[in-house]
Write a protein that binds this ligand. Structure first.
Ligand SMILES: Nc1ncnc2c1ncn2[C@@H]1O[C@H](COP(=O)(O)OP(=O)(O)OP(=O)(O)O)[C@@H](O)[C@H]1O
Ligand SMILES: [Mg+2]
Length: 355
């Protein structure tokens, strides 16, 4: 595919391991180093989309792009951070697997949708959902490399092994050029008693693929950043969390020649655009911090729910659903949706099994 920028999917089949946090902070750091970065939010949860200081989410985004309803130019939105743009997840993305199942041709392959944008973006980061649905397959089929955030906890280790099998299958079938950029240990908590044992196992199993840097557990920084709808590296640009993500960005910049060789099918290292120094990138994060402060974003709560904004429906108890206001028409629609979801499973499960 001519003129596609390197595409890195950030994926782990386990939920809550730090995929979105990695995407938002890594993308911001890469932009601070002077790279033109596009983030594509493939997860209906839309957490990446609400992490770039946007006061209102756009009406159109990834859903419209992959279903062919809008072009890339129509769905890309710039962020406050120069060089960093995003394609957001809107509510519609939540039903996309159902739609893909009933109209298989609609699934736009992300790599094709990014054709001829290599001059516009140096790098594309894709935030994947934890589930193995159509959007994850699309991201992994389109990506040139995968970055895998993983946690040193027992269940998360199982998730990492599951992730590995999925990536290996895709590599062996639909995307033979796909490679693993690295495994990033995140949410690393020194107090947790099995932490170092699991860390040792992950290193023994995956060797050099595991980055020599880790992202430490730091709830106040990440939770406060999320409440203001900001990447942690902008919320706290001199924190250890910012340093860790700048380190990660430097690892990715070091892998750029390989990425570009894979993308362009070259043997020799291709020329790269000039990058800023570490000190300049740190200054850029500090400047963005000052800018969002000036805009009053630290006085605003962005992702914190308020009681009563959304009506909370009563839970179904012993009463019939009609008693809670569900019309028979709504029940018919719900039954129809159930049938479509069943049909989706019938299509997606064999597809995944065939990979
Ligand atoms: N290093 C960290 N320290 C403390 N909290 C963190 C850290 N990294 C992420 N978190 C928090 O952990 C939660 C899960 O992180 P995140 O949303 O990035 O995971 P995810 O893998 O994208 O989840 P999902 O699979 O649901 O998409 C979030 O509340 C996030 O703010
Ligand atoms: Mg996520």
């Amino acid at each position: 595919m001519a003129n596609v920028p390197p595409i890195v999917a950030v994926f782990n089949a386990k939920g809550g391991v730090g995929k979105t946090t990695t995407v938002t902070n890594l993308a911001t750091c890469l932009a601070a180093f002077g790279r033109k970065v596009l983030v594509i939010d493939m997860d209906a949860q839309g957490n990446a989309s609400t992490s770039f200081a946007m006061s209102t989410l756009p009406r159109i985004g990834t859903y419209d792009l992959v279903t062919g309803k809008s072009t890339l130019a129509e769905v890309v939105i710039p962020t406050l951070f120069a060089g960093l743009s995003i394609v957001a997840a809107t509510d519609d993305l939540g039903i996309i697997d159902v739609e893909v199942a009933i109209s298989a041709n609609k699934q736009g392959v992300l790599r094709n949708l990014l054709a001829d944008t290599a001059g516009t973006y140096d790098l594309v980061l894709v935030d994947c959902p934890p589930a193995m649905g159509a959007m994850t397959v699309n991201a992994l089929v389109s990506a040139h490399a995968v970055l895998v955030p993983a946690n040193p906890t027992p269940f998360a280790h199982d998730g990492l092994m599951r992730t590995w099998r999925v990536v290996k299958r895709l590599h062996a079938s639909l995307n033979p050029a796909l490679f693993v950029l690295g495994v990033l240990i995140t949410l690393a908590e020194d107090e947790h008693e099995d932490r170092w044992e699991i860390d040792r196992v992950i290193h023994a199993e995956l060797g050099k693929l595991v980055y020599d840097i880790q992202v430490a557990h730091d709830t106040p920084t990440y939770v406060n950043a999320a409440s203001h709808g900001l990447p942690a590296v902008v919320y706290a640009p001199t924190s250890p969390s910012a340093r860790e993500h700048l380190d990660l960005a430097e690892r990715l910049l070091a892998a750029e020649p390989r990425l570009k060789r894979v993308v362009e099918g070259l043997v020799a290292d291709p020329p790269l655009p000039p990058r800023r120094s570490r000190a300049e990138a740190e200054n850029q994060l500090a400047a963005w911090h000052a800018d969002v402060r000036e805009r009053g974003l630290f006085a605003k709560r962005m992702n914190v729910p308020e009681i009563g904004v959304e009506p909370t429906p009563a839970l179904f108890g012993e009463d019939e659903p009609e008693a809670h206001g569900c019309s028979s028409r709504q029940l018919t629609i719900a039954a129809g949706l159930g049938a479509v979801i069943g049909a989706t499973a019938a299509i997606v499960v064999p597809l995944l099994a065939a990979l």
